[in-house]
Design a protein around this ligand. Sequence first.
Ligand SMILES: Nc1ncnc2c1ncn2[C@@H]1O[C@H](COP(=O)(O)OP(=O)(O)OP(=O)(O)O)[C@@H](O)[C@H]1O
Length: 458
Amino acid sequence: MEKDADGFYTPAPAAKEKTPEQSVEDKEAATDLVKSTFEVSVTLADQQGDPNSPLHSVKTFEQLGLHADLLKGIFAMGFSKPSKIQERALPLLLSNPPQNMIGQSQSGTGKTAAFVLTMLSRVDFSKNKPQALCLAPARELARQIMSVVVAMGKYTPVQTEYAIKDNLPRGAAPITAHIVVGTPGTMTDLIRRKVLDVSEVKVFVLDEADNMLDQDGLGEQTLRVKNMLPRNSVQIILFSATFPDHVRNFASKFAPSANKIELKKNELSVDNIRQFYMDCRNEEHKYEVLVSLYHLLTIGQSIIFCQHRHTADRISQRMTAEGHKVASLHGAKDAAERDAIIDGFREGRNKVLITTNVIARGIDILQVNMVVNYDLPFLNERDNSANKEDARPDIETYIHRIGRTGRFGRKGISVNFVHDKATWAQMEQIEAATGKHIIRIATNDLDEMEEQMKKALK
Ligand SMILES: Nc1ncnc2c1ncn2[C@@H]1O[C@H](COP(=O)(O)OP(=O)(O)OP(=O)(O)O)[C@@H](O)[C@H]1O
């Protein structure tokens, strides 16, 4: 086990709309910030290897022996040095013969670039066939991953295709693109319809892998895709900020003999996200408190998470009727609308996004400096135990939700609304599981909230 204690993250630039040039400058400045304070443990599939050997960690992108066109793409994105997970994962991901990887690192620390670079460097551009597939749990995340593939591959001849709903019409010609990114249902459908020929696939990536493998969620569909791929010749890459025990075993079977990079349990969320809670009297009071926070929510950008679609719709309609500008996004909206809403938010046209767990994972919008858990995430959804005392908090989803702020060393704050015994108990369990203190802010003291917010974001 290797320990790093290089210091804390430093403040992010003010949240304003940025020109592409400014974003690149920000990222260059940010590269130095992700000197993590967290511990990772590296377990090599080949037990003879020494995980602390310099060969298993790089300090520069140049050391990776990447093609010059890829290096050019990386630098054009404003990345000057690899982040910790990239330092550790990339040498293992790129070594030959290819080896599977199960990689864990906190939210916003640069996992995407690690797997995108692997896909791009393994593809043979002279073959017009799909060679790398990447699955994500939601179309918004698939589109974001694709934007990284396109940016990083800007100076390569890479061709890409989406496997997301409403992208390819019935009767579409076979895909000739090298890299296909999508969601598992559509990916399965395209393979079955023979629009996607997988015979040349050599890299298979699951982003948010614990979610993709969860038996109660997307696990079955993901397994179906894997079972259609060539046997034994595909490099399987699993990445997430969380790998709860109940999926770890399955992950090890899914990606056999994988190199593993793991976080310690109390290192699951980054320290640069300050966590608060507000003690509301009841459901209606939650709404009033949210409205009273509107000014603070719009200082930068913010995401409000609800457990149900109807709550997201209801509060956004009410707030809109009362003259506030908010957008709402959830899985019941049609594909085109979802794309327009997330793009509008990404571009800063909307500053407050009210949503469900659909974008709890992976979404990377640097200007988001506040996350509100209007409802805490909980499990036991099927028994409809929303307000029952036995509703267990969904710790992983909580970690991912608050991770929508505090990206790549920036600062951020999260606020939980608690309003009864059950939500109190859930929050205490979250505190215990993450080992992070959640600070109370009075609901009637907006000045304190503003003060705390300024302090946290300084
Ligand atoms: N080496 C780097 N230098 C500068 N910026 C980087 C570097 N690597 C990644 N980034 C930036 O850091 C941000 C977070 O990266 P990314 O979205 O890959 O995080 P993640 O680890 O996948 O997070 P999550 O667990 O939430 O999905 C992105 O804006 C990305 O462009």
